[in-house]
Design a protein around this ligand. Structure first.
Ligand SMILES: *Cc1c(COP(=O)(O)O)cnc(C)c1O
Length: 413
Protein backbone atom coordinates (compact mmCIF):
# COMPACT_ATOMS: atom_id res chain seq x y z
CA UNK A 1 0.00 0.00 0.00
CA UNK A 2 1.18 3.49 -0.77
CA UNK A 3 1.65 6.04 1.94
CA UNK A 4 0.68 9.48 0.69
CA UNK A 5 3.15 12.25 1.47
CA UNK A 6 0.60 14.34 3.35
CA UNK A 7 -3.04 15.35 3.47
CA UNK A 8 -2.50 18.53 1.43
CA UNK A 9 -0.96 16.51 -1.38
CA UNK A 10 -4.41 15.10 -2.12
CA UNK A 11 -5.52 18.62 -2.99
CA UNK A 12 -3.08 18.60 -5.89
CA UNK A 13 -4.66 15.53 -7.43
CA UNK A 14 -8.23 16.73 -7.67
CA UNK A 15 -8.14 17.89 -11.28
CA UNK A 16 -8.79 15.03 -13.68
CA UNK A 17 -9.75 17.22 -16.63
CA UNK A 18 -9.19 20.71 -18.02
CA UNK A 19 -12.73 21.73 -17.16
CA UNK A 20 -11.87 21.37 -13.52
CA UNK A 21 -10.42 24.04 -11.28
CA UNK A 22 -7.90 22.28 -9.03
CA UNK A 23 -7.62 23.54 -5.47
CA UNK A 24 -3.97 24.38 -5.97
CA UNK A 25 -1.27 24.38 -8.56
CA UNK A 26 2.26 25.53 -7.66
CA UNK A 27 3.60 28.46 -9.67
CA UNK A 28 6.75 26.76 -10.93
CA UNK A 29 8.18 26.80 -14.42
CA UNK A 30 11.28 26.68 -16.58
CA UNK A 31 13.21 29.11 -14.38
CA UNK A 32 12.97 26.74 -11.43
CA UNK A 33 13.88 23.74 -13.61
CA UNK A 34 16.93 25.67 -14.89
CA UNK A 35 18.08 26.71 -11.41
CA UNK A 36 17.69 23.21 -9.95
CA UNK A 37 19.44 21.63 -12.97
CA UNK A 38 22.42 23.95 -12.57
CA UNK A 39 22.87 22.86 -8.96
CA UNK A 40 22.58 19.18 -9.85
CA UNK A 41 25.18 19.64 -12.60
CA UNK A 42 27.50 21.47 -10.18
CA UNK A 43 27.85 18.23 -8.21
CA UNK A 44 27.05 19.83 -4.83
CA UNK A 45 23.74 18.25 -3.79
CA UNK A 46 23.17 18.88 -0.11
CA UNK A 47 23.30 22.06 1.99
CA UNK A 48 25.97 24.42 0.71
CA UNK A 49 26.47 27.79 -0.98
CA UNK A 50 22.95 28.00 -2.50
CA UNK A 51 21.35 27.38 0.88
CA UNK A 52 23.45 30.11 2.53
CA UNK A 53 22.52 32.48 -0.30
CA UNK A 54 18.83 31.58 0.11
CA UNK A 55 19.05 32.30 3.85
CA UNK A 56 20.67 35.68 3.20
CA UNK A 57 18.12 36.71 0.56
CA UNK A 58 15.20 35.46 2.65
CA UNK A 59 16.35 37.41 5.72
CA UNK A 60 16.64 40.53 3.57
CA UNK A 61 13.18 39.97 2.06
CA UNK A 62 11.34 39.71 5.38
CA UNK A 63 13.63 42.16 7.21
CA UNK A 64 15.01 39.63 9.69
CA UNK A 65 18.48 39.53 11.21
CA UNK A 66 19.01 35.78 10.89
CA UNK A 67 17.42 33.12 8.72
CA UNK A 68 18.01 29.38 9.16
CA UNK A 69 16.93 27.07 6.34
CA UNK A 70 15.48 23.69 7.28
CA UNK A 71 13.86 20.68 5.64
CA UNK A 72 10.21 21.42 6.57
CA UNK A 73 8.01 23.94 8.35
CA UNK A 74 7.46 21.33 11.03
CA UNK A 75 11.24 21.11 11.58
CA UNK A 76 11.30 24.93 11.84
CA UNK A 77 8.74 24.79 14.66
CA UNK A 78 10.60 21.97 16.41
CA UNK A 79 13.99 23.72 16.29
CA UNK A 80 12.51 27.06 17.41
CA UNK A 81 10.77 25.52 20.41
CA UNK A 82 13.95 23.63 21.28
CA UNK A 83 16.03 26.80 21.05
CA UNK A 84 13.42 28.60 23.17
CA UNK A 85 14.09 26.04 25.89
CA UNK A 86 10.73 24.26 25.80
CA UNK A 87 11.10 21.03 27.76
CA UNK A 88 9.17 17.99 28.92
CA UNK A 89 6.31 19.02 31.18
CA UNK A 90 6.05 22.57 29.81
CA UNK A 91 2.85 23.91 28.27
CA UNK A 92 2.63 25.72 24.94
CA UNK A 93 -0.43 27.72 23.84
CA UNK A 94 -1.68 27.42 20.27
CA UNK A 95 -5.00 27.77 18.46
CA UNK A 96 -7.18 24.70 17.94
CA UNK A 97 -7.77 25.94 14.36
CA UNK A 98 -4.45 24.92 12.81
CA UNK A 99 -2.67 22.07 11.09
CA UNK A 100 -1.50 19.25 13.36
CA UNK A 101 2.17 20.20 12.71
CA UNK A 102 1.86 23.23 15.02
CA UNK A 103 0.93 21.04 18.01
CA UNK A 104 2.93 17.99 16.97
CA UNK A 105 6.19 19.96 17.22
CA UNK A 106 5.33 20.72 20.86
CA UNK A 107 4.87 17.01 21.62
CA UNK A 108 8.31 16.21 20.08
CA UNK A 109 9.82 17.92 23.15
CA UNK A 110 7.55 16.14 25.61
CA UNK A 111 5.66 19.36 26.23
CA UNK A 112 1.87 19.72 26.23
CA UNK A 113 -0.05 21.58 23.52
CA UNK A 114 -2.68 23.74 25.25
CA UNK A 115 -5.37 24.59 22.73
CA UNK A 116 -6.95 28.04 22.56
CA UNK A 117 -10.19 29.22 20.95
CA UNK A 118 -10.26 31.66 18.03
CA UNK A 119 -11.60 35.09 17.19
CA UNK A 120 -14.57 34.21 14.97
CA UNK A 121 -13.94 37.25 12.79
CA UNK A 122 -10.34 36.54 11.69
CA UNK A 123 -10.29 32.87 12.76
CA UNK A 124 -6.91 33.58 14.40
CA UNK A 125 -6.05 32.77 18.01
CA UNK A 126 -7.95 34.87 20.55
CA UNK A 127 -5.39 36.51 22.91
CA UNK A 128 -8.00 36.83 25.70
CA UNK A 129 -8.78 33.13 25.61
CA UNK A 130 -5.03 32.43 25.56
CA UNK A 131 -4.58 34.57 28.69
CA UNK A 132 -7.20 32.50 30.53
CA UNK A 133 -5.26 29.30 29.85
CA UNK A 134 -1.87 30.44 31.18
CA UNK A 135 -0.52 28.41 34.12
CA UNK A 136 2.89 28.41 35.88
CA UNK A 137 3.93 25.73 33.35
CA UNK A 138 3.21 27.84 30.26
CA UNK A 139 6.46 28.42 28.42
CA UNK A 140 5.55 29.65 24.95
CA UNK A 141 2.76 30.66 22.58
CA UNK A 142 2.49 29.82 18.88
CA UNK A 143 0.28 32.29 17.01
CA UNK A 144 -0.73 30.89 13.61
CA UNK A 145 -1.44 33.46 10.89
CA UNK A 146 -4.36 31.61 9.32
CA UNK A 147 -4.53 32.02 5.57
CA UNK A 148 -1.89 34.77 5.80
CA UNK A 149 -3.59 37.38 7.96
CA UNK A 150 -1.31 38.19 10.92
CA UNK A 151 -2.63 37.53 14.44
CA UNK A 152 -3.15 40.28 17.06
CA UNK A 153 0.58 40.52 17.66
CA UNK A 154 0.46 43.57 20.01
CA UNK A 155 -1.83 41.71 22.40
CA UNK A 156 0.19 38.50 22.08
CA UNK A 157 3.51 40.29 22.70
CA UNK A 158 2.03 42.06 25.73
CA UNK A 159 0.82 38.72 27.12
CA UNK A 160 4.24 37.21 26.48
CA UNK A 161 6.00 40.06 28.30
CA UNK A 162 3.80 39.85 31.40
CA UNK A 163 3.95 36.05 31.67
CA UNK A 164 7.52 35.55 30.35
CA UNK A 165 6.44 33.47 27.38
CA UNK A 166 8.53 32.90 24.26
CA UNK A 167 6.75 33.70 21.00
CA UNK A 168 7.15 31.31 18.06
CA UNK A 169 5.06 32.43 15.09
CA UNK A 170 3.70 29.76 12.77
CA UNK A 171 3.97 31.74 9.53
CA UNK A 172 3.46 28.74 7.24
CA UNK A 173 0.78 30.83 5.45
CA UNK A 174 2.26 34.28 5.91
CA UNK A 175 4.79 34.93 3.16
CA UNK A 176 4.55 37.80 2.48
CA UNK A 177 2.31 39.34 5.14
CA UNK A 178 2.58 42.55 7.16
CA UNK A 179 1.56 43.70 10.60
CA UNK A 180 1.51 47.45 11.21
CA UNK A 181 3.87 47.97 8.32
CA UNK A 182 6.34 45.32 9.43
CA UNK A 183 6.74 42.17 7.44
CA UNK A 184 6.04 38.90 9.23
CA UNK A 185 9.47 37.45 9.99
CA UNK A 186 10.80 40.46 11.90
CA UNK A 187 8.16 40.80 14.63
CA UNK A 188 8.76 38.01 17.14
CA UNK A 189 11.79 36.20 18.49
CA UNK A 190 11.03 33.20 16.23
CA UNK A 191 9.08 32.98 12.98
CA UNK A 192 8.61 29.68 11.13
CA UNK A 193 7.87 29.44 7.41
CA UNK A 194 6.95 26.42 5.29
CA UNK A 195 7.87 25.79 1.66
CA UNK A 196 5.60 22.78 1.27
CA UNK A 197 4.16 22.12 -2.20
CA UNK A 198 0.92 24.04 -1.54
CA UNK A 199 2.43 27.10 0.18
CA UNK A 200 2.96 30.57 -1.32
CA UNK A 201 6.67 29.87 -1.86
CA UNK A 202 7.59 26.28 -2.50
CA UNK A 203 10.69 24.13 -2.70
CA UNK A 204 8.60 20.92 -2.68
CA UNK A 205 9.45 20.47 0.97
CA UNK A 206 11.33 23.04 3.00
CA UNK A 207 11.19 25.61 5.74
CA UNK A 208 12.89 28.66 7.25
CA UNK A 209 13.20 30.15 10.70
CA UNK A 210 13.88 33.84 11.16
CA UNK A 211 15.05 35.25 14.47
CA UNK A 212 16.64 38.36 15.96
CA UNK A 213 18.33 36.28 18.67
CA UNK A 214 21.89 35.45 17.51
CA UNK A 215 22.40 32.69 20.12
CA UNK A 216 19.16 31.02 19.07
CA UNK A 217 20.20 31.22 15.41
CA UNK A 218 23.51 29.58 16.31
CA UNK A 219 21.75 26.86 18.32
CA UNK A 220 19.33 26.08 15.48
CA UNK A 221 22.13 25.88 12.88
CA UNK A 222 23.93 23.46 15.16
CA UNK A 223 20.89 21.34 15.98
CA UNK A 224 19.67 21.10 12.37
CA UNK A 225 22.77 19.08 11.52
CA UNK A 226 23.21 16.41 14.21
CA UNK A 227 24.42 18.69 17.01
CA UNK A 228 27.89 18.63 15.51
CA UNK A 229 30.19 21.45 16.58
CA UNK A 230 31.50 23.22 13.53
CA UNK A 231 34.16 25.18 15.42
CA UNK A 232 35.80 21.88 16.20
CA UNK A 233 36.26 21.43 12.45
CA UNK A 234 38.01 24.79 12.25
CA UNK A 235 40.13 24.14 15.32
CA UNK A 236 41.38 20.84 13.99
CA UNK A 237 41.48 21.72 10.31
CA UNK A 238 45.27 21.77 10.51
CA UNK A 239 45.26 18.16 11.58
CA UNK A 240 42.63 17.00 9.12
CA UNK A 241 39.13 18.01 8.10
CA UNK A 242 37.76 14.63 9.20
CA UNK A 243 37.51 15.73 12.81
CA UNK A 244 34.19 16.64 14.44
CA UNK A 245 32.63 16.69 17.87
CA UNK A 246 29.06 15.66 18.64
CA UNK A 247 27.88 17.90 21.48
CA UNK A 248 24.15 17.14 21.42
CA UNK A 249 21.72 14.55 20.03
CA UNK A 250 20.72 16.87 17.19
CA UNK A 251 18.42 16.41 14.22
CA UNK A 252 18.71 15.93 10.45
CA UNK A 253 16.79 18.99 9.35
CA UNK A 254 18.98 20.66 6.71
CA UNK A 255 17.73 21.88 3.31
CA UNK A 256 19.46 20.81 0.08
CA UNK A 257 21.15 23.21 -2.35
CA UNK A 258 18.84 22.30 -5.23
CA UNK A 259 15.80 23.07 -3.10
CA UNK A 260 17.42 26.38 -2.12
CA UNK A 261 18.08 27.20 -5.78
CA UNK A 262 14.36 26.73 -6.41
CA UNK A 263 13.60 28.82 -3.33
CA UNK A 264 15.71 31.70 -4.67
CA UNK A 265 13.76 31.75 -7.94
CA UNK A 266 10.47 31.60 -6.05
CA UNK A 267 11.54 34.35 -3.66
CA UNK A 268 12.25 36.68 -6.57
CA UNK A 269 8.65 36.11 -7.75
CA UNK A 270 7.09 36.34 -4.29
CA UNK A 271 5.76 39.91 -4.62
CA UNK A 272 4.28 39.43 -8.08
CA UNK A 273 2.69 36.12 -7.02
CA UNK A 274 1.04 37.94 -4.12
CA UNK A 275 -0.28 40.64 -6.47
CA UNK A 276 -1.84 37.87 -8.57
CA UNK A 277 -3.51 36.22 -5.55
CA UNK A 278 -4.69 39.59 -4.28
CA UNK A 279 -6.40 40.31 -7.61
CA UNK A 280 -8.25 36.97 -7.40
CA UNK A 281 -9.29 37.70 -3.81
CA UNK A 282 -10.64 41.07 -4.94
CA UNK A 283 -12.67 39.41 -7.69
CA UNK A 284 -14.17 36.94 -5.20
CA UNK A 285 -14.92 39.66 -2.65
CA UNK A 286 -16.58 41.88 -5.27
CA UNK A 287 -18.74 38.98 -6.42
CA UNK A 288 -19.71 37.64 -2.98
CA UNK A 289 -19.97 40.63 -0.65
CA UNK A 290 -23.56 41.49 -1.54
CA UNK A 291 -24.82 37.93 -0.98
CA UNK A 292 -26.28 37.56 2.48
CA UNK A 293 -25.69 33.77 2.51
CA UNK A 294 -21.93 34.34 2.26
CA UNK A 295 -19.36 35.89 4.58
CA UNK A 296 -16.24 37.20 2.89
CA UNK A 297 -12.88 37.20 4.72
CA UNK A 298 -12.08 40.44 6.53
CA UNK A 299 -8.60 41.90 6.64
CA UNK A 300 -7.83 44.20 9.56
CA UNK A 301 -6.78 47.71 8.62
CA UNK A 302 -3.31 47.49 10.14
CA UNK A 303 -2.46 44.22 8.36
CA UNK A 304 -1.52 42.90 4.95
CA UNK A 305 -2.21 39.28 4.05
CA UNK A 306 -0.34 36.97 1.72
CA UNK A 307 -3.73 35.66 0.51
CA UNK A 308 -2.43 32.12 0.86
CA UNK A 309 -6.06 31.12 1.44
CA UNK A 310 -9.42 32.64 0.58
CA UNK A 311 -11.65 31.32 3.36
CA UNK A 312 -15.31 31.81 2.53
CA UNK A 313 -17.87 31.28 5.27
CA UNK A 314 -21.51 30.31 4.90
CA UNK A 315 -24.44 31.77 6.81
CA UNK A 316 -25.82 28.36 7.65
CA UNK A 317 -28.96 29.93 9.15
CA UNK A 318 -29.85 31.16 5.66
CA UNK A 319 -29.11 27.89 3.86
CA UNK A 320 -31.06 24.67 3.53
CA UNK A 321 -27.95 22.52 3.35
CA UNK A 322 -24.65 22.29 5.20
CA UNK A 323 -21.05 23.15 4.31
CA UNK A 324 -20.21 19.63 3.18
CA UNK A 325 -23.10 19.69 0.69
CA UNK A 326 -21.90 23.12 -0.49
CA UNK A 327 -18.42 21.70 -1.19
CA UNK A 328 -19.95 18.71 -3.01
CA UNK A 329 -22.04 21.04 -5.15
CA UNK A 330 -18.95 23.09 -6.06
CA UNK A 331 -17.18 19.86 -6.94
CA UNK A 332 -20.05 19.02 -9.33
CA UNK A 333 -19.44 22.41 -10.94
CA UNK A 334 -15.78 21.43 -11.39
CA UNK A 335 -14.40 23.47 -8.50
CA UNK A 336 -12.20 21.76 -5.89
CA UNK A 337 -12.23 23.26 -2.40
CA UNK A 338 -10.60 22.50 0.91
CA UNK A 339 -11.19 23.22 4.61
CA UNK A 340 -8.68 24.95 6.89
CA UNK A 341 -8.69 23.42 9.40
CA UNK A 342 -10.49 20.63 11.20
CA UNK A 343 -9.91 21.91 14.76
CA UNK A 344 -7.33 19.85 16.63
CA UNK A 345 -9.71 19.16 19.54
CA UNK A 346 -11.91 17.19 17.12
CA UNK A 347 -9.01 14.92 16.13
CA UNK A 348 -8.75 11.46 17.73
CA UNK A 349 -5.12 11.89 18.85
CA UNK A 350 -5.67 15.18 20.71
CA UNK A 351 -8.80 13.76 22.34
CA UNK A 352 -7.06 10.54 23.40
CA UNK A 353 -3.71 11.96 24.51
CA UNK A 354 -4.73 15.38 25.81
CA UNK A 355 -8.34 14.93 26.90
CA UNK A 356 -10.01 17.32 24.48
CA UNK A 357 -13.57 16.76 23.29
CA UNK A 358 -16.18 18.22 20.96
CA UNK A 359 -17.69 21.35 22.43
CA UNK A 360 -14.46 22.51 24.11
CA UNK A 361 -13.95 25.40 21.66
CA UNK A 362 -17.38 26.53 20.47
CA UNK A 363 -16.17 29.43 18.30
CA UNK A 364 -13.60 27.32 16.46
CA UNK A 365 -16.24 24.66 15.89
CA UNK A 366 -18.79 27.16 14.65
CA UNK A 367 -16.39 28.55 12.06
CA UNK A 368 -15.19 25.07 11.11
CA UNK A 369 -18.69 23.93 10.18
CA UNK A 370 -19.27 27.02 8.04
CA UNK A 371 -15.93 27.54 6.27
CA UNK A 372 -14.44 26.45 2.99
CA UNK A 373 -11.29 27.50 1.16
CA UNK A 374 -11.59 28.45 -2.51
CA UNK A 375 -8.85 27.99 -5.12
CA UNK A 376 -6.46 31.00 -5.15
CA UNK A 377 -3.09 30.78 -6.91
CA UNK A 378 -1.21 32.81 -9.54
CA UNK A 379 -1.73 30.30 -12.35
CA UNK A 380 -5.54 30.55 -12.31
CA UNK A 381 -6.93 31.59 -15.67
CA UNK A 382 -9.67 34.15 -16.19
CA UNK A 383 -11.95 31.27 -17.14
CA UNK A 384 -11.18 29.41 -13.94
CA UNK A 385 -11.74 32.46 -11.74
CA UNK A 386 -15.12 33.01 -13.40
CA UNK A 387 -15.97 29.34 -13.01
CA UNK A 388 -15.33 29.51 -9.25
CA UNK A 389 -17.42 32.67 -8.93
CA UNK A 390 -20.39 31.31 -10.84
CA UNK A 391 -20.23 27.93 -9.06
CA UNK A 392 -20.37 29.67 -5.68
CA UNK A 393 -23.18 32.04 -6.71
CA UNK A 394 -25.28 29.29 -8.31
CA UNK A 395 -24.85 27.04 -5.26
CA UNK A 396 -25.66 29.83 -2.80
CA UNK A 397 -28.83 30.63 -4.76
CA UNK A 398 -29.78 26.95 -4.91
CA UNK A 399 -29.28 26.42 -1.17
CA UNK A 400 -30.86 29.68 -0.05
CA UNK A 401 -33.84 29.54 2.28
CA UNK A 402 -36.53 31.61 0.62
CA UNK A 403 -38.28 33.47 3.39
CA UNK A 404 -42.01 33.95 3.35
CA UNK A 405 -42.63 37.62 2.80
CA UNK A 406 -45.16 39.18 5.19
CA UNK A 407 -47.44 40.50 2.50
CA UNK A 408 -50.09 38.91 0.34
CA UNK A 409 -49.32 41.14 -2.62
CA UNK A 410 -46.57 39.01 -4.10
CA UNK A 411 -46.34 35.37 -2.99
CA UNK A 412 -43.35 34.68 -5.29
CA UNK A 413 -40.63 36.29 -3.18
C1 LIG B 1 1.95 23.56 6.17
C2 LIG B 1 1.82 23.93 7.60
C3 LIG B 1 2.80 23.59 8.55
C4 LIG B 1 3.90 22.59 8.32
O1 LIG B 1 4.70 22.83 7.29
P1 LIG B 1 5.50 21.60 6.57
O2 LIG B 1 6.48 22.32 5.73
O3 LIG B 1 4.49 20.83 5.78
O4 LIG B 1 6.12 20.80 7.64
C5 LIG B 1 2.68 24.12 9.84
N1 LIG B 1 1.65 24.90 10.18
C6 LIG B 1 0.67 25.21 9.31
C7 LIG B 1 -0.44 26.10 9.76
C8 LIG B 1 0.72 24.73 8.00
O5 LIG B 1 -0.28 25.01 7.14
Amino acid sequence: MHTLPGPHQEELRSAPSELQVPFHRAAVGEEEVQAVSEVIRSGWLTMGPKTFEFEKEFAKYVGAQHAVAVSTGTAALHLSLEAAGVQAGDEVLLPTTTFTATAEAVTYLGARPVLVDIDPDTMNVDPEDAARRITPKTKAIIPVHLGGQPCDMDEIQALARVHHLRVVEDAAHALPSEYQGKRVGQISEFTCFSFYATKTLTTGEGGMITTHNPEAAERMRFMRLHGIERDAWKRYRGNGSWFYEVLEAGFKYNLTDFQSAMGLVQLAKSDSMRVAREAIAQRYTDAFSSREELVIPTVREDRGTSWHLYILRLRLDRLKKDRNSFIEALQRHGVACSVHFIPLHLQPYYQRAHGYQPGDFPRAEGEYYSCLSLPIYPGMTELQINQVISAVLITAAEFRIVRAVATNANPIA
